[in-house]
Ligand binder design. Sequence first.
Ligand code: ATP
Ligand code: MG
Length: 570
Amino acid sequence: MMNMEDNKKQEDKKSEIDLKIRANFIREIIDDDSKTNKFGGKVHTRFPPEPNGYLHIGHAKSICLNFGLARDYNGLANLRFDDTNPAKEEQEYVESIQQDVRWLGFDWEDRLYYASDYFDQLYDYAVQLIKKGKAYVCDLSADQIRQFRGTFTEPGKNSPDRDRSIEENLDLFERMRKGEFPDGSRTLRSKIDMASPNLNLRDPVMYRILHASHQRTGDKWCIYPMYDWAHGQSDSIEKITHSICTLEFEDHRPLYDWFVEQLGIYHPQQIEFARLNLTYTVMSKRRLLQLVEDRHVNGWNDPRMPTISGLRRRGYTPESIRLFADRIGVSKSESTVDVALLEDCLRDDLNKRASRVMAVLRPLRLVIENYPEGVVEELEAINNPEDPAMGTRKVPFSKIVYIEHDDFRENPPKKYFRLSPGVEVRLRYAYIIKCVGVIKDPQSGEVTELRCTYDSETKSGSPQSARKVKGTIHWVSAAHALDAEVRVYDRLFMAENPGGENWKELMNPNSLQVLTKCKVEPSLAKAKIQDRFQFERLGYFCVDDDSREGDKVFNRTVTLRDTWAKIEKA
Ligand code: ATP
Ligand code: MG
């Protein structure tokens, strides 16, 4: 038994670790900025998703980082939709993203923005750059621009249109906006340096012509800003202090800085961190979309998906995902995190708060021959040994119960501590029983029923109940159990890093197993969609969205321990 002092020491140790986890290079930058008063001591971040898919666990890392910094530094965080590409964006995504950020426990208050809100301002900024001789209309095609760009080892070539007069540029740019030119026929480019060792600075495109309707601006525009042009200026307009993005934008930072400096506007600090990669899954939205469209999964919120909505449906808690984000921390070096770490965060959280219940996934009928017919005992069961405040409940017990098929072996291997002929086990919260007979299907030879006797002196809580037996198994009373469907999930991919071109061939064909004949204890009649439980000895489960009154559907959220390593070796 741990005494109070030990308990306290452990808690202190934990919060020490928590603080260490939280300390990261971005916080160091912010602390330095506070010392030098760089942003007047303010912290204002943003999470800028493109609404072209559902958010995934990688986005969760970014959300926890941006909103977490705002929370911890008494700052603000915005939600901004980066909706500059009218072709791939949809309202469904805009809504799911908001739902997911809120579910994770974060609040953008009244600061919900769209890059498209700034299209007018961005256009004016572009005109300013043209007037300064820092941008020009270019007639090269996309292919030609690529050819002119050069390579890492060779400088690029100037566009023949690079020295157009300011007047001509202003005229052409306005006519681009008015829709006088077909898609792809012209672009607006910034005039920087075609010989720069940084390819991002070789006169990058700022606007392209695209006659497409936009979600929010309709047909007002037929020119759309490129990401690099829209992003930093949007940050500046919103007075973002620290604009946090993933490492692949490191080489774009000089361009980010160049734009705000040329315009002479408020200058946020871009900071890059390593994106999250997770084992046994894919994370790019393009691939997740393919899984959905090709029906490899049942939608974006399929419980096997690494999407936030999939994790939610699977039974993940927002707390467990935030804990995960804290534990993995933030760094500058790319790595792949073992999905087992995510699952451990979930176990840590659910262990503290999930009610324990008894459920049998593959029922085997067990008749207690010497138990009186028609008697029902209400036995007391503990809801959560980790949390006495969660109290107890009554579980009905009677002559016929179901146990897990797997908890009986006619010919037990060594160290099999469950039920077998002539052997005693304890029925959790009930009595010690002994197997005295086995009934089989005459055709298949399959065991269909067990005959047992019980020791009436061993009722749970009585002195005799302490009698030593090797195993304790769970059960449900046949007359009282509810029928349920249980969906047992496993990893979506068999390979640790299914990143290559053959990624679809690496899908796990057994990632979903549907068990339709499960029996669960009657207290679960009250369970609501999303409620989470520990099915004793089996794992954590939650009520699926498909669940109906009298027709319960559960998802297996996670096993009790990380059993994957063992399964792989077997
Ligand atoms: P994907 O590569 O999955 O298509 P994306 O980067 O194009 O993602 P965005 O909607 O642009 O998706 O991302 C919004 C924010 O989330 C960006 O700031 C991006 O840096 C961040 N983000 C995206 N994926 C990850 C990840 N795996 N880990 C951490 N942050 C991420
Ligand atoms: Mg992106």
